[in-house]
Design a binder for this molecule. Structure first.
Ligand code: HEC
Ligand code: HEC
Ligand code: HEC
Ligand code: HEC
Length: 407
C-alpha cells in the first residue's frame, strides 16, 4: 500500500499504522473522494520517507535561501536568546517543557558533534566544522542564531523565538507583550480594552507570533520541517518530516501553561480565556490552516527547484492538500485547492512550466489563508473531527523513552 517505505524507522512505522487506521475510520463516514484525499494527505508523510537516491552530476546550488520560504527568524540581530530574554522569569513551566523536547537538544545533537550524518551533510554542502555553529545552512533549523559582536552564533537549540518570533530590538515585543499599562504595574484583568488592542497590534507589528496567529505558527513549523535545499536532500537528509500540524503540536511540543503552571492545557489557556475559543474548534482550524501552510511552503520550495528527485517529493503534498482543501466548503479553501492543481509536478519530477508563477501563487495562498482564519472559528467544520481524532498527539522516540507520552 505504501511503496518504498520498507526502510522506515520505528517512528515511521507507527505513523503508517496511524494513517491506515485513519483511512479505515474515514471511509466509514466520508465520501469516496474525500476519503482518498485525506488518506492522500497522510500518505504524503510516508511518501517523503522514500530516500532520494538519484543525484545528478551537475548540482546547482539551489535551495531555500533564494526565496522567503519561512516564517522562522530571519533577522538575527533581533534574536535575544532564552537566557538573555529571561523568558523563564515569567514562563517557568513553558521553559521546563521546552527543555525536554528534541527541539531544545537539536543543536547539541546535530551541530556540536562533527560526525555521522552531520558530517556527511555538512561535507556535501562544503560547510566546515567551525561554520556549523555560526553561519551555516544548518544552524537556523537546528538551533537559534543570534549576533554576538556582529557575528552569527548558535546560542541554543530550537527555542521560543524560533516559533514565536525574535523578541529583541528597540521596538521588539519582549517588554510590550507583557505590559498591561504604560507606566504602572497592573494585573491582567484591569487592562483597558483599548490598551490591549494597542498592545497586541504592537506585538504583531514587532513580529511576535501569538496563539491567535495560527497561520504564522503553522508556517514556522513548515519553514523547518519541509526542506528544499537540493544538495542537502541529495546527500540523504530528509526532504520533509512526517508532519501534521495538529498532532505534532499537541504532543511533546505542547506548553499551554499560561493560566495554570501545573496544567498543560489542550489549547492555549490564555487564548481560551480571552478569545473564548474551544479545543475542538482550534484543532479543526489547525488542520485546515496546516494544509494552507503546507501548500504555500511547498510552492516556495518548488519555485527554485531543478532536481527531479527532489521535485517529485513535492507532488503528493500539493496534490493531496489541493484535493482536501476543495472538500472544505469555504471560498478560500476551494480557491486554493483549484489554484494548486496547476502546480503539481509529475510522478517523475517534472515541474509544470509556470515560470515565476509559483511565488505569485504562494503569495496568493498566504492571503487566502489569512482571510480564512479571519472568517472562520472552526465551528462549521465538525466533519473533520473524526479524522482529527485519529491523529493522536505525537512524541518523538527520544522523548517517549525518557518521559513517556505526556508532558
Ligand atoms: C516579565 C514577564 C515576562 C517575560 C520575561 C516574558 N513573558 Fe511572555 N508573557 C508574559 C505575560 C504577562 C503574558 C500574557 C500577555 C497577555 O495577557 O496578553 C505573556 C504571554 C506570552 C505569550 C502568549 C501570547 C499570546 O497572545 O498568545 C507568548 C507566546 C510569550 N509570552 C512568549 C514569551 C517569550 C518567548 C519570552 C522570552 C523571549 C517571554 N514571553 C518573556 C510575561 C512575560
Ligand atoms: C527552527 C526550526 C524549527 C521550527 C520552527 C520547528 N521545528 Fe520541529 N523540529 C526541528 C528540528 C531540526 C527537529 C529535529 C530535531 C533533531 O532530531 O535534532 C524537529 C523535531 C520536531 C519534533 C520531533 C520529531 C521526531 O520524531 O524526532 C516535533 C514533534 C516537532 N519538531 C514539532 C514541531 C511543530 C509542531 C512546530 C511548529 C509549531 C515545529 N516543530 C517548529 C526544527 C524546527
Ligand atoms: C530547513 C531546515 C533544515 C535544514 C536547513 C537542515 N536540517 Fe537537519 N533536520 C531538519 C529536520 C526538521 C529534521 C528532523 C526530520 C524528522 O525526523 O522529521 C532534521 C534532521 C537531521 C538529522 C537527523 C536525521 C538524520 O538524517 O540523520 C541530522 C543529523 C541533521 N538533520 C543534520 C543537518 C545538517 C548537518 C544540516 C546542514 C548541513 C541540516 N541538518 C540542515 C531540518 C533541517
Ligand atoms: C515549536 C514551536 C514552539 C516553540 C519552540 C515554543 N512555542 Fe510557545 N507555542 C507554540 C504554539 C504552536 C502555541 C499554541 C499551542 C496550541 O495551539 O495548543 C504556543 C503557545 C504558547 C503560549 C500560550 C500558552 C497558553 O497557555 O496560553 C506561551 C505563553 C508560549 N507558547 C511561550 C513559549 C515559550 C516561553 C517558549 C520557549 C520556552 C515557547 N513558547 C516555545 C509554538 C512554540
Amino acid at each position: 500500500m505504501f511503496p518504498g517505505v520498507s526502510g522506515m524507522t520505528i517512528d515511521g512505522a507507527g505513523m503508517l499504522k496511524k494513517m491506515e487506521s485513519l483511512m479505515k475510520r474515514a471511509s466509514l463516514s466520508l465520501s469516496r473522494s474525500r476519503t482518498s484525499a485525506i488518506a492522500g494527505v497522510m500518505f504524503t508523510a510516508a511518501y517523503f520517507l522514500v530516500a532520494v537516491s538519484t543525484t545528478s552530476a551537475a548540482e546547482p546550488a539551489t535551495g531555500a535561501a533564494a526565496t522567503d520560504v519561512t516564517a522562522k527568524v530571519t533577522d538575527h540581530s533581533r534574536v535575544m536568546g532564552a537566557a538573555r530574554a529571561d523568558c523563564k522569569k515569567c514562563h517557568v513551566s513553558e521553559v521546563a517543557a521546552g527543555m525536554k523536547t528534541v527541539h531544545f537538544q537539536s543543536a547539541e545533537q546535530r551541530l556540536y558533534k562533527f560526525d555521522g550524518n552531520t558530517k556527511k551533510y555538512a561535507d556535501a554542502l562544503g560547510i566546515k566544522q567551525a561554520e556549523l555553529l555560526s553561519n551555516s545552512a544548518c544552524a537556523d533549523c537546528h538551533g537559534t542564531v543570534a549576533l554576538e559582536a556582529g557575528q552569527k552564533k548558535v546560542v541554543s537549540g530550537v527555542s521560543c523565538e524560533s516559533c514565536h518570533g525574535a523578541a529583541g530590538g528597540d521596538d521588539g515585543w519582549l517588554n510590550t507583550h507583557q505590559s498591561y499599562h504604560a507606566s504602572m504595574k497592573i494585573p491582567r484583568e484591569q487592562e483597558t480594552a483599548e490598551h490591549k488592542a494597542e498592545r497586541h497590534a504592537r506585538c504583531d507589528t514587532a513580529g511576535m507570533v501569538r496563539s491567535t496567529n495560527l497561520y504564522g505558527l503553522a508556517k514556522s513549523c513548515y519553514g523547518c520541517h519541509l526542506i528544499g535545499n537540493e544538495k542537502l536532500v541529495a546527500a540523504g537528509h530528509k526532504a520533509a518530516s512526517v508532519f501534521d500540524f495538529v498532532s505534532w503540536s499537541t504532543g511533546e511540543v505542547r506548553h499551554n501553561f499560561f493560566m495554570d503552571k501545573e496544567v498543560n492545557a489542550a489549547a492555549p489557556s490564555l487564548w481560551t480565556e480571552t478569545e473564548k475559543g474551544t479545543v475542538a474548534n482550534r484543532r479543526r482550524m489547525k488542520f485546515v490552516v496546516g494544509m494552507f501552510a503546507q501548500v504555500e511552503t511547498t510552492l516556495r520550495l518548488l519555485a527554485p527547484a531543478t532536481e527531479g528527485a527532489v521535485i517529485k517529493q513535492f507532488r503528493n503534498p500539493l496534490r493531496d492538500a489541493a484535493e482536501l482543501l476543495q472538500e472544505v466548503d469555504t471560498p478560500e479553501t476551494v480557491a486554493v485547492g483549484e489554484l494548486v492543481e496547476d502546480f503539481v509536478p509529475s510522478r517523475t519530477g517534472k515541474k509544470p512550466e509556470n515560470g515565476d508563477e509559483y511565488l505569485a501563487a504562494a503569495d496568493e495562498i498566504a492571503e487566502h489563508a489569512k482571510a480564512f482564519v479571519n472568517a472562520n472559528d472552526g465551528s462549521k467544520f465538525a466533519d473533520l473531527d473524526e479524522i482529527i481524532e485519529e491523529t493522536p498527539a505525537y512524541y518523538s522516540q527520544q522523548y517517549k523513552q525518557k518521559y513517556g507520552e505526556e508532558n
